[in-house]
Design a protein around this ligand. Structure first.
Ligand code: PMP
Length: 362
């Protein structure tokens, strides 16, 4: 049997073993075509079937997505930071952003390059250890959209509910928590995500948008950066990242097999609870810096009492087969990324290791 690491990488991250094995089985000869999916025309029937399957699976997992369109793009979520304002922030309008941490910061900086950009709420005062309170958010009539980062991958915070923005389109960067829990897509005008955490391998970025928002992109922006280029060509204007799209389709099948979003959410909450309980019941040996009401069920950040002890934790965990537990270099500490494909067993092994480490170093 293949030995798999306890993989807590932040992204690219763990993929379901079943998906890897299925991909392996049909790698060389895809659906009796005599070639792999990477070797065939993206205009052919075989590839197009996979492409269309992935699109419709994604929409159906998100509750049907009536009036919404799926785009498969390249350039990562980072390109969306610019593409979004290029397409939706017109002259005389203002783009509103919630500043919740490292990734929101990047999105805001890009928007500022394009047009008038306002930060309407921020949790900077507590070092982004919570999601800003949006209950009294006021948006002016000239607001083009409100942008939120549903899960801050680096700090380990996550929205528990999304603001009601009425007629103003709500935009979500869902790179690190898409398909991890149930939510109402109809609340959003557009969501986007790099695939390499919950959807598949890197190389494809998913955009899901209300059709009317993306059908009239300004003509003065380059062709490849216009949403309507991709929406009017079923994301086949140019060569798509075929293998990545195929893998996304396989991951989506696997999500369906887990009981779709309802089933996935249940297990994700159980996984997160196990690790947060270990932190909270450690008598201060481990400390979760994120405020209780903003804790992420995808990226669990925690600290030990000294950096020296944190380094020791990483060193010993690696010897036991744990990978990716070092926190992001910008914030330090430790982080366990427990995306959809990280099995409960890996989380259990981590909780046991944490208890054992506390016994030997506490
Ligand atoms: N947004 C969030 C929330 C992320 O976690 C990341 C990647 N870690 C990005 C955007 C950037 O994604 P990409 O690397 O696909 O450009």
């Amino acid at each position: 049997m293949t030995k798999r690491a306890y993989n807590f990488n932040a992204g690219p991250a763990a993929l379901p073993l079943q998906v890897l094995e299925r991909a392996q089985a049909e790698f060389v000869d895809f659906r009796n075509s005599g070639m792999s999916i990477m070797e065939m025309s993206h205009r052919g029937k075989v590839y197009e079937e996979v492409h269309n399957e992935a699109e419709s699976r994604l929409l159906s997992l998100l509750g049907g997505g009536k009036g919404y369109k799926v785009l498969f793009l390249q350039g990562g979520a980072s390109t969306q930071f610019a593409m979004l304002p290029m397409n939706l922030l017109s002259e005389g309008k203002v783009a509103s952003y919630v500043h919740s941490g490292s990734w929101a910061d990047k999105a805001i900086k890009e928007a500022k390059l394009i047009g008038q950009t306002n930060v309407v709420a921020t949790s900077e005062a507590n070092k982004f250890m919570s999601i800003p309170d949006l209950s009294n958010i006021q948006l002016s009539d000239d607001t083009a959209y409100l942008h939120v980062t549903s899960n801050e991958t680096i700090e380990g915070t996550q929205y528990q509910q999304f603001p009601d923005t009425g007629n103003i389109p709500l935009i979500g960067d869902m790179s690190s928590d898409i398909l991890s829990r149930q939510f109402d897509l109809n609340q959003f005008g557009l969501i986007y995500a790099g695939a390499q955490k919950n959807l598949g391998p890197s190389g494809v970025t998913v955009v899901i948008a209300r059709e009317e928002l993306i059908n009239n992109s300004p003509k003065n922006i380059p062709t490849m950066l216009r949403y309507n280029t991709h929406s009017s060509n079923n994301s086949l204007y140019n060569t798509p990242p075929a293998f990545s799209v195929y893998m996304v389709n396989e991951v989506l099948k696997w999500v369906e097999e887990q009981g779709a979003l309802e089933g996935i959410e249940k297990i994700n909450r159980k996984k997160a609870q196990l690790i947060y309980d270990t932190i909270d019941n450690s008598g201060g040996f481990y400390r979760g810096p994120v405020e209780a009401g903003s804790r992420s069920i995808m990226n669990i950040t925690f600290r030990l009492t000294s950096e020296e002890l944190e380094n020791q934790f990483i060193k010993e965990s690696e010897l036991e087969g744990f990978v990716g537990l070092k926190g992001h270099r910008s914030v330090g500490g430790l982080r366990a990324s427990i995306y959809n494909a990280v099995p409960y067993e890996s989380c259990k092994a981590l909780a046991d290791f944490m208890s054992h480490f506390q016994k030997t170093h506490g």
